[in-house]
Design a protein around this ligand. Structure first.
Ligand SMILES: [Zn+2]
Ligand SMILES: [Zn+2]
Length: 351
């Protein structure tokens, strides 16, 4: 008993620490040493030690007694029950509620959710322009038709679990010396369901769901980008739970002529050196069909001609984009003798 440690030292605080600091420090240590979380042999002792220190230092009257007379003063004045019946600002209950959840246990029954399904597809740039309707044939878990998902043979019902009396959880009370903690865990017999199937459905073997096919209509909107699109509730189904989602992973294929950036389309048009110099009219492909454009005489390489409204829409912005046509001027690699002579003449005239 003589080796009883200083309360301030136990909590790692000082005489001038605020109640909030003391509370925070206790919360930290309690999380570390609570026997439900810490398996080491002396965790329980340690937990009691910090709890006692907290009980004294969080109560202004008891703290004052301790500051003036030390352990002897506290021990002489308060019984163990008095110590833990704190009237101070930091009651144990709200601390344990915030650490371990309501009622000391941490178990709440959650609604189950079916898993998500992934469906991958590719679309063309033409699909981006017009949108695309598709019918997706999915193989997935669906609710058993025979038992409507109950898992029971039609005409029979589930019976209440006798282990937990339908509660779905089993509670354990453990005595910590100054307080008792109630912990709750899912019932092992019924796995938290509170009920059990007496006669399983023959179609799904009591699972309530079977593997099956389902068709889902999906419309790819115009202006789509590569990415994931979610169709809620079309994933795997789960009896008495929430269906998973269907994730449609769309990849927009590269186009053999066009590049796309958002709403705009980019296209490289080859023209001859002569056409660039003299000017010409050419047909340029667009997603909406071919378009006749005029190339001015004296056009320089990389001149860009804009075709208004010949782009696509984009899901994140309004309106339709444009097509940008870049002039790629081709210089002939092979020339006949006659061509060479003519270009020679031309050169003389240009000097
Ligand atoms: Zn069934
Ligand atoms: Zn049970």
């Amino acid at each position: 008993m003589s080796a009883k440690r200083d309360y301030y030292e136990v909590l790692g605080v000082t005489k001038t620490s605020s109640l909030d600091e003391i509370k925070n420090q206790y919360r930290k240590l309690a999380l570390k040493f609570h026997p439900d979380r810490n398996q080491s042999a002396d965790a329980g002792e340690h937990f009691k030690e910090i709890s006692e220190a907290y009980a004294i230092l969080s109560d202004s009257e008891k703290k004052q007694t301790y500051d003036q007379h030390g352990h002897a003063g506290v021990d002489g004045k308060y019984s163990s029950d008095d110590i833990f019946q704190g009237r101070g600002g930091g009651g144990f209950n709200d601390i344990f509620e915030s650490i371990f959840g309501r009622g000391g246990g941490g178990f709440t029954q959650q609604q189950q959710r079916g898993s998500d399904l992934l469906y991958q597809t590719t679309v063309t740039l033409e699909d981006v322009l017009h949108g695309k309707k598709m019918e997706i044939n999915l193989q997935k878990q669906i609710k058993c038709d025979n038992c409507k998902g109950s898992g029971c043979k039609p005409g029979t019902n589930k019976k209440t679990c006798t282990t937990c009396n339908g509660q779905g959880e089993v509670r354990q009370t453990r005595n910590m010396g100054f307080a008792s903690f109630v912990t709750a865990a899912p019932c092992p017999t019924c796995r938290g369901q509170g009920s059990m199937i007496e006669t399983p459905c023959s179609n799904c073997k009591g699972q309530g769901r079977v593997k099956g096919n389902k068709k889902v209509d999906f419309e790819i909107p115009p202006g789509i980008d590569s990415g994931d699109y979610i169709v809620s509730n079309e994933g795997n189904e789960i009896p008495d739970g929430i269906n998973g989602d269907l994730v449609i992973r769309v990849k927009v294929q590269p186009h053999r002529y066009f590049n796309r950036d958002g709403k705009d389309i980019f296209y490289d048009q080859d023209i001859s050196m002569i056409d660039a110099a003299l000017g010409c009219e050419i047909n340029v492909p667009t997603l909406q069909g071919s378009e006749k454009i005029k190339v001015n005489s004296g056009s320089q390489p990389n001149t860009i001609i804009k075709l208004k409204g010949k782009g696509v829409s984009h899901i994140n912005s309004r309106g339709t984009g444009d097509q940008y046509v870049r002039m790629v001027v081709n210089v002939p690699k092979k020339l006949s003798k006659h061509q060479k002579n003519l270009l020679g003449e031309f050169q003389k005239l240009s000097d």
